[in-house]
Design a protein around this ligand. Structure first.
Ligand code: PEP
Ligand code: MG
Length: 756
């Protein structure tokens, strides 16, 4: 049974559209269970109504004609209860309803199973028999499992509007996909699907403008791969024996085979772009090999994937050359939108971001906030592959995405977008004023940065300097480690842009969700693994190169501060300081006029909270990385949408940890800053002022808001609120206390729910 189930799901996943998928389901289930009828009914969003969408056994003419309410018939009862119903003689049941269009009176055995996705009923799948019989447990489990596996695909079709199209007109219904707020704001734009290059499985669906051109392009790329293979074979002449080289002939043959070329061309002619057609053909063929009993033959599936990837690389290269016609306002959409994909879009065109994975503390969300671009993360039901070119509304406040919105929704969001712009324009005056509380305490506000573009604005915006420059971004957008000179040029620009104000460059913090394509680290628990300073100390050659580049960039400017990430023990600080001293000495010996910079340690793991005093004694300052600290204190993965509602910066445990860090660091007379996202949240700024944090480092978009808060509160009032917050047991209660305080002080515009 498991095998049959797998085959059906595979076949359904390969269908070109929902109509075909449903037809496959009813046909295959009827065969597999040897029943007389199999039908699928789908619900109409916003209504308690089911429509017969596909059937094998009932009158095909009744498809899309039979509609029933949840309170009608047995199918309605399955929907109402959202539970399976198994009956040996359906017409005898009080809820049985006769639909003349279907000729249903002849069927007795009935098994109906609900199709549920994320607590929502999407439809009902039904099997029926002429004879009076009760379905056995194996049949019931089979249908139950199938319905559970298909619910995701049906939900995707719902969102992408396919079901509406199939149903014919039924009025406009605005279905939205629920995610998590990644960056505030609203945006309307055209979806552009991001996908990692040369990953066949990630290729999205697209309809080509010119089918003949796609066909030519595909043939051309196959030819190029064939030539490549022959060249490789030639080159291997002296290395591999001739029998091993036969493999390349096999590749060339496969490339010329009917199944690969003809099936792909067929798909292109049916309306797919070459990359999508190739993906489906390769998948289809690889599966055939994977299913073979013979171990040798089943391993050939990998060869087919490999060939597919090779052709894909050529298709992508040809495609990149004509990607100039990108939409004016792009909403970047993808499975797991990464920092690199974001960097590839021209900044002025990027209107919004929607990612299937991730959460508000993922790095892409942080970057989106820095750039002031609305983002929705963790939109797990996103049919990313089918959205390219569609109009999309991103609601970054409520974490919602509307696909192909109705006129009404579009107008509503256009109004919000306009209001947003006016609100932001009104805030810019605060950016230029000093961050001083109403009772005269100056709390420097620095900027978090990682892209050169925002460094340039740091000066204009009157930030007190750069509090966190994430050096990993320049590493991530390259294909190999940047050389010392390359790094020197980047860092010099950063330091120059704010001199004489300080610029804090953080040592490379890779691992976790920040990976380098050219330095793969595969771990079961990457956030508890090889990350940040751990990697740097294990690879002193990488660390020393970076430290040398930083020190050289500081020559004559002397505004560099070096920050160490992910520190969990005092020993890591001692070892880092030794390497810094060594880099310094080397440069002095080479005749350079470098100076020793100030050094800071990030507090982002629980152990660092408890040894904050020992850490502070060794360096010049500490900086709290609340993004990671919250994740590690609460054991909530910052990238996991499923647990995102458990990630609370106002959790009492977090507030106590922050209090203890500040007390310990001040005890040894050193300053402590905070550079996590918490510092950019207007409500938490009140708490941070109250706990006497010495400075804040915030995102670009947060800067004017944070300064507005500082200039509106006295330290005394902030202290009172902070002490009140420490007495509360629920994060929501703390949020309410602080939001109320903002509203009372005339800063209601900063309270997010009000702006939604
Ligand atoms: C943090 O963890 O709070 C931090 C600033 O570092 P990152 O977000 O880059 O991990
Ligand atoms: Mg961190």
């Amino acid at each position: 049974m498991l095998d049959t189930l797998r085959r059906i799901v595979q076949e359904v996943n390969g269908a070109v559209n929902l109509a075909q998928a449903l037809d496959i389901i009813v046909l295959r289930v009827r065969q597999a269970l040897s029943v007389d009828v199999c039908s699928v009914y789908l619900t109409t969003p916003g209504k308690e109504e089911l429509v017969l969408m596909a059937t094998e056994g009932l009158n095909p003419e009744s498809k899309r004609r039979v509609r029933l309410n949840f309170n009608e018939g047995l199918v309605g009862l399955v929907a109402q209860r959202a539970e399976p119903i198994n009956l040996d003689d359906a017409p005898n049941h009080p809820r049985f309803k006769y639909f003349p269009e279907t000729g249903e009176e002849r069927y007795h055995g009935f098994l109906g199973v609900p199709i549920v996705h994320h607590r929502q009923l999407l439809g009902v799948v039904v099997v029926q028999t002429h004879e009076t019989r009760r379905f056995g447990d194996d049949h019931a489990s089979f249908l139950f499992t199938l319905a559970a596996q298909l619910s995701g695909a049906i939900s995707h079709a719902e969102v992408s509007g396919e079901i509406e199209a199939l149903r014919g007109k039924g009025g406009e219904i605005d279905v939205f996909i629920k995610g998590i707020s990644g960056a505030p704001g609203v945006a309307i734009g055209t979806a552009l699907v991001a996908y990692p290059h040369a990953d066949l499985e990630a290729v999205p669906d697209r309809v080509p403008e010119d089918i003949e051109r796609e066909e030519r392009l595909f043939r051309d790329c196959v030819l190029r791969v064939q030539q490549e293979m022959l060249m490789v074979k030639e080159r291997m002449g002296g290395v591999l024996p001739s029998e091993e080289r036969v493999l390349f002939d096999a590749y060339v043959m496969m490339l010329g085979s009917d199944y690969l070329v003809d099936r792909t061309i067929e798909r292109i002619r049916a309306g797919s772009w070459a990359q999508g057609a190739l993906r489906d053909t390769i998948r289809e063929n690889a599966r055939k090999f994977e299913d073979m009993q013979d171990a040798y033959l089943s391993e050939r599936a990998e060869d087919i994937w490999d060939l597919g990837r090779r052709i894909l690389v050529h298709l992508q290269q040809s495609n990149d050359k004509r990607e100039g016609d990108q939409p004016e306002r792009i909403v970047l959409v993808g499975k797991n939108v990464g920092v690199v994909e974001l960097a590839e879009i021209p900044h002025e065109r990027l209107a919004g971001i929607v990612s299937e994975g991730g959460s508000s503390s993922s790095h892409v969300a942080i970057l989106a906030r820095a750039l002031g671009i609305p983002a929705v993360m963790g939109a797990a039901d996103l049919p990313a592959g089918r959205l390219n070119g569609r109009e999309v509304v991103v609601d970054g406040y409520a974490g919602r995405v509307f696909v192909q919105p109705s006129k009404q929704i579009r107008q509503e969001f256009e109004r919000l977008e306009r209001e947003e712009r006016e609100f932001a324009a009104g805030l810019t005056e605060f950016a230029e004023q000093p961050a001083v509380t109403t009772d005269g305490v100056h709390v420097p506000v620095y900027l978090n940065s990682g892209l050169l573009a925002d460094v340039d604005t740091a000066t204009q915006l009157n930030a007190d300097g750069i509090g966190l420059y994430r050096t990993e971004f320049p590493f991530m957008i390259r294909e190999q480690f940047p050389s010392e000179d390359e790094q020197f040029r980047v860092y010099r620009k950063v330091l120059e842009s704010v001199a004489p104000r300080p610029a804090t460059l953080r040592a490379l913090d890779i691992g976790g969700d920040k990976l380098l394509s050219y330095f793969p680290v595969k771990e079961d628990n990457p956030f508890l693994g090889w990350r940040g300073i751990r990697i740097m100390l294990d690879h002193p050659e990488i660390f020393l190169t970076q430290l040398r580049a930083m020190l050289r960039a500081n020559e004559g400017l002397n505004n560099l501060q070096v920050l160490l990430p992910m520190v969990a023990s005092a020993k890591e600080v001692d070892e880092s300081l030794r390497l810094l001293q060594r880099a310094y000495q080397e440069l002095i010996d080479e005749g350079m006029l470098v100076t020793m910079p100030k050094v800071g340690v990030m507090v982002e793991v629980p152990s660092a909270v408890y040894i904050a005093e020992a850490l502070a004694r060794r360096v010049d300052f500490l900086s709290i990385g609340s993004n990671d600290l919250v994740q590690y204190l609460l054991a909530v993965d910052r990238n996991n949408a499923r647990v995102a509602d458990l990630y609370h910066a106002f959790h009492p445990a977090v507030l106590r940890a922050l209090r203890d860090i500040v007390t310990s660091v001040h005890r040894v007379g050193k300053p402590v800053s905070i550079c996590g996202e918490m510092a950019s949240d207007p409500a938490s700024v009140i708490l941070l002022l109250g706990m006497e944090i010495d400075s804040l480092s915030v995102s670009l978009a947060g800067l004017p808001r944070v300064k507005w808060v500082i200039r509106s509160f006295s330290r005394a009032r902030a202290k009172a609120l902070y002490h009140e917050a420490l007495g509360l047991e629920e994060p929501d209660a703390v949020r309410k206390l602080l939001n109320d305080a903002l509203i009372q002080s005339g800063l209601g515009g900063l309270v997010r729910p009000a702006r939604a």
